[in-house]
Design a protein around this ligand. Structure first.
Ligand SMILES: [Zn+2]
Length: 186
């Protein structure tokens, strides 16, 4: 079950990876704007890479209402935002392929016209570095399935590999009753 979910996620990553040269995708959660703080989380697909960004915007309470239209496009509640854009002059802009495999970057600053000070942490990771996370479990599952099948074909115990040719009904080594035995009895 877990291996199956992992495989589906892995295949989704491959699709995202393949599309990453044409499409810029972003999924952003904008936290609600408190008296003087907003936190946002963003997941993005860049060519060959995924990025995760955590950002805090801190502003004096007096500037809260200036902040909302400046940095939150007029929303003060929490919300999700998704964007899918093609690269190119009419889309997201020129395609830039990050050179890092894995990189963590923190920055803080303030734009002149912006009432907030931002603190941002940005993690960038290559798609190929993430892929093993999702494909390890399915690979282990597949290997175990292959070994069981192989042992079954050779007349060995599927669980421990003991030779069952003399005792086909039950493994004398580990007690496992082979799957085919019930079928033979009926
Ligand atoms: Zn056995």
């Amino acid at each position: 079950m877990l291996a199956g979910v992992s495989l589906v996620l892995g295949l989704a990553l491959i699709v995202l990876w393949a599309s990453s040269y044409w499409l810029h995708l972003s999924l952003t959660y904008w936290g609600s704007v408190g008296p003087n703080n907003q936190r946002s989380y963003q997941l993005r697909s860049l060519p060959n890479h995924l990025t995760v960004e955590f950002m805090d915007n801190i502003f004096p309470p007096a500037n809260r209402n200036d902040y909302i239209p400046t940095r939150n496009e007029g929303f003060s509640e929490s919300r999700w935002e998704t964007n899918v854009n093609r690269y190119g002059p009419q889309g997201f802009g020129p395609r830039q392929v990050p050179t890092e495999w894995f990189y963590i970057y923190s920055s803080a600053g303030k734009a002149v016209a912006d009432p907030a000070i931002y603190y941002s942490t940005w993690i960038i990771i290559a798609d190929w570095l993430i892929a093993p996370v999702f494909f390890t479990l399915p690979a282990i599952w597949w290997r175990q399935w292959f070994i069981r099948r192989k042992r079954h074909g050779l007349g060995l115990c599927e669980k421990c590999g003991y030779d069952l040719r003399a005792t086909p009904d039950r493994c004398p080594e580990c007690g496992t009753i082979p799957a085919g035995v019930v079928e033979k009895a009926t």
